[in-house]
Design a protein around this ligand. Structure first.
Ligand SMILES: Cc1cc2nc3c(=O)[nH]c(=O)nc-3n(C[C@H](O)[C@H](O)[C@H](O)COP(=O)(O)O)c2cc1C
Length: 144
């Protein structure tokens, strides 16, 4: 089976509460597991960047829901298409947002460190992950 992958950026609604954010993370984790969808969701300040991979009809259906989700806006699709193999083994997330106050959230430095461990050049195997990688470098202002 060919795998479909998609990457987008968006802006989080300013008034999204911590509890609503945690609910979103929890339900996404469960749904993605059930639907065999893998990828990464990153929240940095108020910007989301997400990459998802899976069966094409499942990815398209999920993105049609994400696009109209009122917990964020300005959803901009950066790249989509079929890929040979998945780049991520499961679905994970990393977030840093000073307004979401929770002791378990990572600090900005921790997040950058975590990012660099999974963003090694191994993920540059396909066009979609390359777009994801380059966008992260830009958002985090990481010099290569
Ligand atoms: C930034 C962002 C990322 C999301 N990522 C996922 C995701 O990876 N998986 C998921 O199932 N829902 C995700 N959602 C939630 C979907 O928009 C939608 O609410 C969810 O799929 C439940 O839809 P349903 O109740 O119609 O099945 C995300 C929402 C936002 C705002």
């Amino acid at each position: 089976m060919k795998i479909y992958s998609l990457v987008y950026v968006s802006t989080m609604k300013e008034n999204l509460s911590e509890i609503k954010f945690q609910e979103l993370m929890h339900s996404s984790y469960i749904n993605n597991h059930i639907n065999d969808i893998t990828g990464v969701l990153i929240l940095y300040k108020n910007k989301f960047i997400q990459i998802i991979e899976g069966e094409s009809s499942k990815i398209k259906l999920l993105f049609s829901k994400i696009k109209v989700d009122n917990r964020h806006y300005a959803v901009q699709l950066l790249a989509e298409g079929f890929i040979e193999n998945r780049s991520f083994q499961d679905w994970s997330m990393a977030y840093y947002n000073p307004s979401i106050k929770n002791k378990t959230l990572t600090t900005e430095e921790e997040l950058k460190k975590n990012l660099l461990t999974f963003l090694n050049k191994d993920i540059l195997k396909n066009r979609i992950t390359t777009v994801f990688y380059n966008k992260i470098m830009q958002i985090f202002e990481i010099q290569e």
